[in-house]
Design a protein around this ligand. Structure first.
Ligand code: SF4
Ligand code: SF4
Ligand code: FES
Length: 318
């Protein structure tokens, strides 16, 4: 089968100002991966193509790149699975949210800086055991999913918050933080949660689910971030706007069975927080213009007691 591999090229040493796409026509078979195709291009057509790979088995995490616009591991993406319908072509770009070094190679330094920032090592604060620190099987099984992370950076590439705010710790580092906060052998969770509660931490995720969508190991970073939020609130970190928003949202729905959208910003920011209220002013104006202004008098829904029962049951199960 003949396919066109359209590769984003960038060479900092060339006279060209930015990146451009270069097409390569190659023959592949049904089992060929995108990485097979790129290696074929490099070995048979253009030895100047730069890319990173090692294991070719979805283990080392070095071949994450954007394939047809979405972050994937090139070594476990079969070309036949992602051929653009009818076009016979595949586009390949470097991973996003990281600076391109050359062609498909990106600079991972900020990625590792953020992973180091969450102090990814066990910090027990108890007398050392005679032999090793023991953890229950169930606890470790629960952590196995997050320990599957291969640090490929696919989630970071497609994170919508990192796209606009480089200060955000990002899904990979936060998933790693969860791995230590939830580890029964670690005693630094309260300090860790305090750090994660700051700007750039757990409350900056918008829950867009991109990291869940693209993670090749089903680590589900977004759910780990949500679990960290719960743990932070349980430990008394309730003063951030994020925590106040979450609490207000749940209290309002429990009270009337649906969200009181006028009360939500007031409870989140405080009525006399002029700066934040002023920022919401344009949203209010747009709501009025588009006929979306919430009712001034907010009434409970019929059967609100059933909604309250759900909240009670969830509380009882904790
Ligand atoms: S869910 Fe959160 S961490 Fe994941 S990609 Fe979206 S903003 Fe980033
Ligand atoms: S969480 Fe998934 S996508 Fe993100 S670095 Fe780990 S394995 Fe890769
Ligand atoms: S080459 Fe190792 S994960 Fe793709």
């Amino acid at each position: 089968m003949d396919v066109t591999i359209s590769v984003s090229r960038y060479n900092p040493d060339s006279n060209l100002p930015g990146s451009y796409f270069q097409d390569y026509q190659i023959e592949v078979d049904d089992s060929s991966t995108v990485l097979d195709a790129l290696i074929k291009v490099r070995e048979e057509i253009d030895g100047s193509l730069a890319l990173r790979c090692s294991c070719r088995s979805a283990i080392c995490g070095s071949c994450a790149m954007r394939i047809n616009g979405q972050a994937r591991l090139a070594c476990n993406t079969k070309i036949t699975d992602i051929l653009k319908r009818g076009s016979g072509s595949v586009s390949v770009e470097p991973a996003g949210n990281m600076t391109v070094v050359k062609d498909l190679v990106v600079d991972f330094s900020p990625f590792w800086t953020k992973v180091r920032q969450i102090e990814p090592w066990l910090q027990p604060n108890r007398p050392p055991p005679e032999q090793e620190y023991i953890a229950d099987d169930d606890d470790m099984l629960h952590l196995a999913g997050v320990m599957d992370c291969i640090m490929c950076g696919a989630c970071v590439s497609d994170c919508t918050v990192l796209n606009v705010d480089k200060n955000f710790l990002g899904p990979a580092a936060l998933a790693k933080a969860y791995r230590f906060v939830a580890d029964p052998r670690d005693d630094a969770d309260v300090i860790r949660l305090g750090d994660l509660n700051k700007y750039g931490g757990i409350w900056d995720c918008t829950r867009c689910m991109q990291c869940v969508e693209v993670c090749p190991k089903d680590v589900d970073p977004m759910s780990r971030i949500m679990a960290l939020r719960d743990k932070a609130m349980e430990e008394g970190y309730t003063k951030t706007y994020g925590a106040r928003h979450a609490k207000a949202f749940s209290d309002l729905v429990e009270h009337s069975g649906w969200l009181n959208e006028l009360q939500l910003p007031i409870r989140t920011f405080g009525l006399f927080n002029v700066k934040q209220m002023f920022k919401l002013f344009p949203v209010g104006i747009r709501s009025i213009i588009n006929g979306k202004l919430p009712p001034i008098v907010h009434r409970s829904i019929t059967g609100v007691e059933n909604v309250r029962r759900i909240f009670e049951r969830v509380r009882d199960k904790r």
